[in-house]
Design a binder for this molecule. Structure first.
Ligand code: NAD
Ligand code: MG
Length: 396
């Protein structure tokens, strides 16, 4: 029997974190949980500790740590408790850890994902914002430190499966014509455009096919999620924006495709359940049972496709232009989106204001070269301040 792989799950209480633990729970002969992290959901984290017995856990604050300590003591569990952003980096780069599932949402996940890359870990990347923000610097950290990067985002996982096994990051050398990212179109694909001004956060997070965290659900409703994924695909597979196409496919059965010069199109299909890409990432290059039911195409019956409408989904266009502008533009796009989405979820701005605010921020902030991570974080911070001041004006 091989040694068990020791896993650190950054963001274990989130949607991806919970799905990861579900897959692991069926393969305890292969995997052992080394560390779990959560921002504030102490009770949920405590329940995960009871089931998976990690060596160490990280929470967001000293208060949360104290609360967790009381619960774990009652349960007679001896687990090291740490807190704060630096602790996330420590567990992600710990010598004892083999695999890191990077599933924190947003820019908050970048330092720990990067720490895992710099420590040469096998990094299962769900946290797309980290890659969108830091692009080439993140990819360089992976390569320079002998880390392995496996995409967990379902589209990128699908593309990874449809690419040649020894893909050398030169699409032309492999005869690749383009990458086709499928998109469900979210809950507002066919809703009357004028009525989008008045949609509520509850309507926006009600995704037709996937159960996900609130931020990515709003991103799916604006299609910024697909925009971020276009940028993510660019960095993961080294393909230019012109070779990445978005195709609306409301059933979410085809998770993405690679089109080759000879006319072949390879696709990966499956039920829309994140446990499939998670299991693929965990076991790669082997395959394990993910717990997902086999796809029954007779039940699906129809697979539909349409081109995306940039007027309905301006965020998609904003993301393409950020990728084409390059430099710090994707960092600005990502930070202004995070702040605007949170303001929408908090009831401060309407749904249609999300894209308008991002567009104004992108117009106002000049882009510049980003040579190191300090510059990325500085740009992220500056963008957040400007976006917040614009929101304050709108909300006044
Ligand atoms: P979620 O909101 O359900 O969970 C987020 C997790 O991050 C939680 O465990 C939370 O405790 C933690 N977290 C939040 N803020 C934090 C902070 N400031 N510091 C430390 N930890 C913090 O989100 P999710 O849907 O699981 O998504 C996680 C990531 O995976 C996102 O980047 C998302 O884009 C990506 N992703 C998710 C899905 C999906 O199906 N849910 C699919 C593809 C990609
Ligand atoms: Mg996705």
């Amino acid at each position: 029997m091989k040694n068990k792989q020791k896993i650190c799950i950054l963001g274990s209480t989130g949607s991806i974190g919970v799905s990861t633990l579900d897959v692991i729970s069926n393969h305890l002969d292969r995997y052992q949980v080394f560390a779990l992290t959560a921002h504030s959901q102490v009770h949920k984290l405590a329940a995960q500790c009871v089931q998976f017995r990690p060596e160490v856990v990280v929470v967001g604050s000293a208060t949360a740590a104290a609360e967790l300590q009381i619960i774990l003591r009652e349960k007679k569990l001896h687990i090291e408790i740490m807190y704060g952003p630096q602790a996330l980096c420590e567990v992600a780069s710990a010598t004892k850890c083999d695999v890191v599932m990077a599933a924190i949402v947003g820019a908050a996940g970048l330092p720990s994902s990067l720490a895992a890359a710099r420590a040469g870990k096998k990094v299962l990347l769900a946290n797309k914002e980290a890659l969108v923000m830091s692009g080439q610097l993140f990819i360089d950290a992976i390569h320079e430190n002998g880390a392995t990067l496996l995409p967990i985002d379902s589209e990128h996982n699908a593309i990874f499966q449809c690419l040649p096994r020894h893909y050398n990051r030169c699409p032309q050398e492999h005869g690749i014509h383009k990458i086709i990212l499928t998109a469900s179109g979210g809950p507002f694909l066919s809703r009357n455009l004028a009525s989008l001004d008045n949609v509520t956060p509850a309507e926006a997070v009600a995704h037709p096919n996937w159960v996900m965290g609130r931020k990515i659900s709003v991103d799916s409703a604006t299609m910024m999620n697909k925009g971020l994924e276009v940028i993510e695909a660019h960095w993961l597979f080294n393909t230019p924006a012109e070779q990445i196409e978005v195709l609306i496919h409301p059933q979410s059965v085809i998770h993405s495709m690679v089109s080759y010069l000879d006319g072949s199109v390879l696709a990966q299909l499956g039920n829309p359940d994140m446990r499939t890409p998670i299991a693929y990432g965990l076991a790669y290059p082997e395959r394990i049972d993910s717990g997902v039911a086999p796809l029954d195409l007779t039940k699906v019956m129809q697979l539909n496709f349409q081109a995306p409408d940039f007027k309905r989904f301006p965020c998609l266009e904003l993301a393409y232009s950020a990728l084409k502008i390059g430099q710090s533009a994707p960092t600005i796009l990502n930070a202004s989106n995070e702040v605007a989405v949170q303001a929408f979820l908090d009831g401060k701005i309407g749904f249609r204001m999300i894209d308008q605010i991002i567009a104004r921020v992108m117009d106002r902030l000049p882009t510049s070269e980003v040579d190191d991570m300090a510059e990325i974080f500085e740009c992220d911070q500056k963008t957040r301040e400007l976006t917040n001041s614009m929101i304050a004006l709108v909300a006044a």
